[in-house]
Design a protein around this ligand. Structure first.
Ligand SMILES: Cc1ncc(COP(=O)(O)O)c(C=O)c1O
Length: 486
């Protein structure tokens, strides 16, 4: 008897054998800067949000959002408002619950359209690759536009981040042109993530207006507005594109919260844009000062960032540094390494017997009612390794003796970052971008910069003389050391 079983390709969609979840699918969350479950952060250099926080008018609008009702599910007024501001048709504005949600949705639309290859910048924002990998798509990390154009030998989903997270680099006119040629040749869909365009501090985008109408653009105002907790962004669809309806249809109902809607409404206002533009000169000035100060600690900046963040190679921790007394005096921290305040008080110790007036004890005990100082422990950056704190008596009240040169400075980048974190300072480890020993760092206020410098003194010891590496920093790596970009 003839086998009547239909071939999989003849089966109606719902009867087809489900595609198994690919074994290489990532289950881990992408790594990000900013808030996490670790120790409290008082100075956060790891997020790229505007260091001055939200313009008051935007914060007021968000706080006044009507949370008692659903927003208009079609976001008609918002889309019209944004469309007028961008000078495009309303249908081209697609609200999303943040850029991260937009990335997932576009990738899903690409997969449903039959695309299997996703080209991502390397180094680049990890969510592009994470979204593709979660759907079993092939990710091609590309170190520059030439590599990207070469990878576009079939229709691909192509992510461009301009300015790019984490490098802050931007594409020039010839690079846009090369990309456009590859796009037309391959029939690829290009998405330009412009999350940091409003924080471009130097120059202007070279994206040709004609091309801006041919690609998808992702606008994420919450960084420039210092409101990253409000999950709101939007896509601008190309002038002619058959994905638009699908991308809109893939959204959950009321995808944008009332607060998100209020943020985007406030964003496209002249007053807000002017306030943001006015802040650029200040950010630029602070950024230069921050780079100068950190260079003297051996942080080497990757040149070329046009934004409020950049990549920097961490100081050479093994180096036998000379001290720079002038810079040390600058901070008035003296030339000795300092004890770090303990996380928790030490357990009580039995009362000490009376001691002769001039002796020094190595017992971390009674310090005349003051909070005892203690070694910090296993973070690698605290005053451990013989740096026990004693008490000194000169006939007056007893006071702690700082551990002096017994401090053991961190010897690995991870230990340095952990030690700084212990001091409330967070830097974005660039290991997940494929660059161990580097960080991505955003410009912060002068007060935060001083807190970072103080913490470096405490963690690394006296100020070293600035010394350049023999080779200036570059992200180029040997061909065999290619790493996963997420
Ligand atoms: C380049 C880039 N795009 C998009 C996003 C997503 O931002 P959000 O989801 O907060 O809009 C981020 C967040 O860091 C980013 O760096």
């Amino acid at each position: 008897m003839k086998d009547m079983k239909p071939k999989p390709s003849q089966m109606p969609m719902q009867m087809q054998t489900p595609t198994p979840i690919p074994t290489n699918t990532r289950t881990a969350l992408p790594v990000h800067g900013g808030t996490d479950a670790g120790p409290p952060v008082t100075c956060d250099f790891s997020t790229n949000a505007h260091p001055l926080g939200p313009p008051p008018i935007v914060l007021d609008a968000v706080l006044a959002a009507d949370r008692q009702r659903y927003p208009d599910p079609a976001y008609t007024a918002l889309r019209q408002h944004l469309a007028d501001w961008h000078g495009v048709e309303r249908q081209r504005v697609v609200p999303t619950a943040g850029g991260a949600e937009a990335i997932r949705r576009i990738t899903l639309a690409a997969m449903l359209a039959g695309i299997r290859r996703v080209c991502v910048p390397q180094p680049g924002f990890g969510d592009y690759a994470a979204a593709a990998q979660a759907l079993g798509l092939t990710v091609v990390p590309c170190e520059d536009v030439a590599a990207m154009a070469a990878a576009m030998d079939l229709p691909c989903l192509v992510w461009i981040c301009d300015p790019c997270n984490p490098t802050g680099h931007t594409l020039d006119a010839p690079q846009w042109q090369a990309l456009e040629q590859a796009r037309q040749r391959s029939g690829s869909r290009v998405v330009v993530d412009q999350a940091y365009e409003p924080l471009r501090l130097h120059g202007a985008s070279a994206l040709p207006p004609s091309l801006a109408d041919q690609v998808w653009r992702l606008i994420c105002p919450n960084k420039a507005l210092g409101l990253t907790g409000v999950r709101a962004a939007y896509l601008l669809a190309p002038a002619h594109d058959d994905w638009r309806d699908r991308i809109a249809a893939l959204a959950a109902s009321w995808v944008l919260s009332a607060e998100g809607e209020a943020l985007l409404m406030a964003w496209a206002q002249t007053e807000v844009q002017e306030e943001l533009a006015d802040s650029h000169a200040l950010l630029s000035e602070w950024g230069q000062e921050q780079q100068r100060r950190l260079a003297s600690w051996g942080f080497q900046v990757l040149p070329g960032s046009v934004t409020n963040f950049w990549m920097a190679q961490l100081p050479d921790l093994g180096a036998d540094n000379e001290l720079d007394p002038e810079l040390d005096l600058d901070l008035d921290l003296g030339a000795t390494r300092r004890a770090v305040a303990p996380l928790q008080p030490l357990p009580p110790v039995p009362p000490m017997p009376a001691r002769p007036a001039t002796t020094t004890s190595h017992s971390p005990g009674d310090v005349g009612g003051a909070e005892p100082l203690a070694p910090v422990g296993p973070l690698g950056g605290g005053p451990v390794g013989g740096g026990s704190v004693g008490v000194e008596s000169d006939g007056g009240p007893q006071r702690p003796v700082l551990p002096g040169l017994h401090h053991t400075p961190p010897t690995t980048p991870a230990a340095l970052l952990a030690a700084l974190r212990h001091h409330g300072i967070k830097l974005r480890d660039a290991t997940s971008f494929g660059h161990p020993g580097w960080v991505r760092m955003s410009v912060q206020t002068p007060a935060s910069q001083m807190a970072l410098l103080t913490a470096l003194h405490q963690v690394l010891g006296p100020h070293p003389v600035a010394r350049s590496r023999a080779v200036s920093p570059s992200l180029k790596r040997p061909a065999d050391s290619h790493k996963d970009p997420t």
